[in-house]
Design a protein around this ligand. Structure first.
Ligand code: PTJ
Length: 244
């Protein structure tokens, strides 16, 4: 391949490889590969860089996480394959719990994810102990099973690559939901309290850095920031179409 290593296309191919490796190692569901493909398409539209609107959302997310009483980082296969070092750093900075919560079976995938997180330095990972399992109301998927000391009792939950139903169920359970979603129009993006329209691989690094600095309370409106992201994507596409 003749593209420089810093080029967004090269980075995007490296990310794809991580997902494929994660799938081969039973970390990522096959549906996770499809979800990633969708993400790639949106990332291409975004320009494979962090938008100004996403930086606002990251700042608001850092403030919310820093001021949470019981923050929890929810981890699925894709997030573990792409962001394990950042998940662990964030949990250490904030004292946040880490909980594995999956949409797709088999259940054994949870243990693989726990092993990977622990091997990389996580002290405790919730989500596999049947004795502390509780059910989130209003959900049919495997995601309804949560830990009583984790997501069940959290006030703020960071949920990457989420399905709209669980975001809604978490909101109904009176939790603040922060999500990453490259699609600003998805149900999750539209339902969360703070939506970071950016690739988890870029945004998690920025969010970890932001969580290290004390943040002042921002004036933040998710709907407005989402429409800003749509305007930025539109401008980006117009600019690129003119170049073509
Ligand atoms: O919990 P698991 O491991 O069993 O897997 C669950 C998946 C990821 C398969 C599940 O959550 C799913 O099906 O997700 P969806 O409904 O396909 O939604 C994925 C959303 O995340 C889409 O809107 C994508 O555009 C977006 N997305 C994909 N990759 C990224 C992303 N957003 C941010 N960063 C990414 N790397």
């Amino acid at each position: 391949m003749n593209i420089p290593k810093s080029h967004p296309r090269f980075v995007s191919l490296q990310i794809r490889e991580k997902l494929v490796k994660g799938f081969d190692n039973n970390l990522v569901a096959k549906e996770g590969l499809l979800a990633h493909g969708r993400g790639e398409a949106f990332d291409y539209l975004i320009g494979e860089k962090t938008l100004k609107s996403a930086k606002k959302a990251i700042s608001a997310a850092a403030y919310t996480l820093q001021n949470a009483k019981k923050p929890v980082i929810s981890v699925n296969g894709n997030f573990a394959a792409l962001c394990t070092p950042e998940i662990i750093k964030m949990s250490q900075i904030l004292g946040a719990k880490i909980e594995v919560n999956l949409f797709y079976g088999p259940e054994s995938r949870k243990n693989v994810i726990v092993r990977v997180l622990k091997k990389s330095g996580a002290k405790q990972v919730l989500g596999t102990n049947p004795k502390s399992a509780r059910k989130l109301k209003g959900l049919d998927s495997a995601r309804r099973i949560v830990d009583k000391d984790g997501i069940y009792s959290a006030d703020v939950v960071l949920v990457p690559l989420e399905d709209g139903d669980r975001t809604l169920a978490l909101k109904k359970a009176k939790k603040k939901v922060i999500t990453f979603d490259l699609n600003p129009l998805s149900r999750t993006a539209q339902t969360a309290d703070i939506t970071i329209v950016d690739n988890t691989t870029r945004a998690m690094k920025l969010l970890v850095a932001a969580c290290k600095k004390k943040k002042a309370k921002p004036s933040y409106n998710n709907k407005e920031v989402l429409s800003e992201s749509i305007s930025e994507i539109k401008k980006n596409l117009q600019r690129r179409a003119k170049l073509a």
